[in-house]
Design a protein around this ligand. Structure first.
Ligand SMILES: [Ca+2]
Ligand SMILES: [Ca+2]
Length: 353
């Protein structure tokens, strides 16, 4: 006796066989010898086929029950992504391709359109995601963007080498697409230069770990936290405070002691300083020193860059040549990102006696 469920699939006719023989459509009794048999079920479009069953017939009647399962959409989308050669992280949020907060048929449809050649737009990799191209950013990929930033410019490179960009500005060609990190922001158009704001964006993407495309974000990508730690919903109440204390430590050296405290998670962190005309940058120190810095003596700008944001409470000092009373105000700000846009917090000056 064969019972197949649910009822909706039964209209499909011949649905099962014994030992790979002819497909049978009914649950009527028929004569076969006692013995071991493999019962297999016919795949039906839109349903998950039950596993084959090994059965032993040793009496007159054998009862077999099988149930077709409705398709699991998440599995379907994952399967389609594999067909599209997307190596996705195991992340619900990533499966939400159109970023509407749901994993549903429209996500599957986007992939089907891509597979059928009707749309090219669904998979766009970030230029920095090249080694490997896996919708994740590793440290080496971040450092490559840091290299472009430190080079003050980039050009098209050999598409077969590295990420297809070059730090050689002499053989300057700009016939390829802009690097994904070189995007329009704050009224600036892509300009073949990765600036500190663009690098900060890259650090945010790297520290979140994964990304997906997004039409609403400035660069067309959206950071996704790979490890799926719950994202705080209280971002409005999260704070960041920064202050600086300027002290004369000998007759020609100033120490600028910075104290930074914040709550919540931060995915990108840097400090930008405009130093007075009379001053020169000397060095920095502290347990949580930046990973690198950039000093432009002509413009008197100083940028300190941390790859991993420092802990929620930390101190950091840097030193300038100069005299406190002669020098002007040191204007400093923290540029940081949580999971969204660039945030800026001015570093308040603490007046010492
Ligand atoms: Ca990658
Ligand atoms: Ca740029």
């Amino acid at each position: 006796m064969m019972t197949i469920q649910p009822k909706e699939v039964l209209s499909d006719g011949e649905m099962w066989n014994l030992n790979g023989g002819k497909w049978r459509s009914d649950s009527m009794a028929f004569n076969i010898d006692n013995g071991d048999y493999i019962v297999s079920f016919k795949p039906i479009a839109g349903w998950n086929t039950p596993d084959s069953q090994k059965v032993r017939l040793s009496s007159n009647t054998l009862l077999i029950t099988a149930e077709y399962q409705p398709p699991n959409l998440k599995n379907l989308i994952e399967t389609l992504q594999v067909l599209c050669e997307i190596q996705h992280p195991d992340n619900q949020e990533y499966l939400d391709l159109n970023s509407d907060g749901k994993i549903n048929l429209s996500d599957a449809l986007m992939i089907v359109m891509k597979l059928s050649g009707k749309s090219n737009s669904i998979i766009k990799y970030h230029s920095a995601d090249y080694n490997p191209k896996d919708l994740k950013f590793n440290l080496s990929e971040l450092l490559r963007v840091a290299q472009l930033y430190n080079n003050n410019g980039n050009t098209c490179g050999n598409s077969g080498i590295e990420d297809g960009y070059s730090v050689d500005l002499n053989g300057h060609t700009t016939e390829c697409d802009y690097h994904s990190s070189d995007f329009a922001h704050k009224g600036k158009q892509p300009d073949w230069i990765i600036d500190s704001c663009e690098l900060s964006r890259m650090k945010q993407l790297h520290n979140a770990g994964c990304y997906k495309m997004s039409d609403t974000e400035e660069d067309g990508f959206m950071p996704v936290v790979c490890d799926q730690k719950p994202v705080s919903k209280n971002q409005e109440t999260e704070i960041l405070n920064a202050s600086q204390l300027v002290e004369q430590i000998d007759n020609k050296t100033l120490e600028i002691k910075n104290t930074i405290e914040y709550t919540g998670a931060i995915y990108s962190f840097m400090m930008k300083v405009q130093i007075p005309l009379e001053c020169y940058f000397l060095q920095y120190s502290g347990q949580y020193s930046p990973d690198f810095y950039k000093y432009n003596e002509a413009e008197k700008t100083l940028e300190f860059i941390w790859i991993k944001p420092p802990p929620q409470s930390f101190e950091f000092s840097y030193y300038l040549s100069g005299k406190k009373n002669n020098s002007g105000i040191i204007k400093s700000e923290i540029q940081y990102r949580r999971l969204g846009r660039l945030l800026i917090e001015l570093v308040k000056s603490i007046i010492s006696n």
